[in-house]
Ligand binder design. Structure first.
Ligand SMILES: C[S@@+](CC[C@H](N)C(=O)[O-])C[C@H]1O[C@@H](n2cnc3c(N)ncnc32)[C@H](O)[C@@H]1O
Length: 371
């Protein structure tokens, strides 16, 4: 319908990225636009849901959110300021700030609604392990065979992969990308600890890479580095490959596999990024995943984890975070909120471990020692 012979997506991106438009006011306006759209979506959903199903939804969480509006807004402003300042400082191209796939979002938006009645019906039944009969679940660990976020077929369908980015942006009020970008500064700093290595020989793994959002951002910011991506979902990997080929003409090495059993040699990577992942793992698998990251990193290599803030990082928001898994099926989230990842990283052998908090995301930066 939108394709009238023009590549609208390309034209729109060129227009928004032009120097004339790529200024702070336009960036803030775009972000506000995303925030308002996602708020309208959530409000419509909250109105419609009780008409179709009962016993679904969390009034409590909404009230806590309203009670904390000013704090959340202040944290949002801080995140956007950091995002803008780091772009101005040249840590990544300013163009990244204007890189939203609006046309793709528009294309997917009706599907978000078409899926909703089925999702609500599953939520009402308490059914969190519903998969189409033709999906071979035996290949996946049992903790993974669930409808995370109540997504239809969990992570195991093309439709789920198509809707994922829009769902995440809607959930975070358009701030998923600014939060993901927080890995760029520590990663770039970390790669500087290999001054003898030519940039073309630097290797970075993004695992799990999902639909490739972070790989697209990483490759834009560090065009000469060799990236690899890994994920358990073949559908998400396919989406990542399509997206990266469309954007860069070629895709990095993308492998299906589990982070807790990485199919790479010891000491293969100079850097690793892990985004929005640990809260989806049972505690023992978190430790195994960290051990594997440690194994495949080179000595002096750095792991940058980016995931949800935890209990105590923003104390007034902790009750709201505790309520989050009620609405979005996140079976390991409450345990994650209390988990000490610094201790887990140290246990695996990592040193010089630092943390940062940006809006609803938290960063752990950890180095593998020389010996
Ligand atoms: C919330 S998504 C995050 C994806 C991506 N990092 C991002 O920034 O959007 C979680 C991803 O982890 C993948 N995943 C979950 N458990 C995994 C595991 N043990 N090994 C590899 N991938 C896994 C899922 O398939 C999904 O793509």
């Amino acid at each position: 319908m939108l394709n009238l012979g023009f590549d609208w997506s390309f034209l729109l991106n060129q227009f928004v990225r032009s120097d004339f438009l790529a200024n702070k006011t336009v960036y803030q306006a775009l972000q506000l636009n995303k925030f308002v759209l996602s708020l309208l979506h959530k409000l419509t959903m909250a109105q419609l849901r009780p008409l179709l199903v009962s016993n679904v939804g969390s009034q409590g969480q909404q009230q806590q959110m309203l009670a904390n509006t000013s704090r959340i807004w202040a944290a949002r402003e801080e995140l956007l300021e950091t995002d803008w300042q780091e772009a101005i400082a040249g840590i990544y191209p300013k163009a990244l700030l204007f890189d939203d796939p609006w046309v793709e979002f528009l294309r997917q938006y009706p599907w978000l609604w078409l899926e909703m009645p089925e999702i609500w019906a599953r939520m009402q039944r308490g059914d969190v392990r519903a998969f189409d009969a033709d999906i071979d679940l035996s290949k996946y660990p049992s903790y993974y065979r669930q409808n995370f976020h109540h997504q239809t077929n969990g992570y195991l369908s093309d439709r789920s992969a198509d809707l994922y980015d829009l769902q995440v942006e809607t959930l975070f009020g358009g701030l998923a990308e600014p939060m993901r970008r927080r890995v760029l500064r520590p990663l770039k700093d970390a790669l500087n600890s290999f001054p003898q290595t030519q940039t073309q020989s630097l290797k970075v793994l993004d695992a799990p890479c999902g639909t490739g959002s972070a790989l697209a951002m990483l490759q834009t910011a560090l065009p000469k580095v060799k990236f690899s991506g890994l994920d358990l979902s073949p559908n998400y990997l396919k989406k990542a490959g399509d997206r990266l080929r469309e954007k860069f003409g070629t895709a990095p090495d993308l492998t299906q596999g589990a982070v807790e059993n990485l199919p790479y040699a010891d000491g293969e990577f100079h850097g690793i990024t892990s985004i929005f992942f640990f809260h989806e793992l049972p505690a023992p698998v978190r430790q195994q995943a960290i051990a594997e990251y440690f194994r495949v990193l080179k000595p002096q290599g750095t792991l940058v984890i980016n995931d949800s803030i935890q209990a105590g990082d923003r104390p007034t928001l902790t009750p709201m975070m505790m309520g989050f898994p009620e609405m979005f099926h996140e079976p390991y989230y409450r345990n994650y909120l209390e988990d000490d990842l610094v201790e887990r990283l140290a246990k695996a052998g990592f040193v010089n471990i630092r943390t940062e908090v940006h809006y609803f995301s938290k960063i752990w930066i950890a180095e593998k020692p020389l010996a």
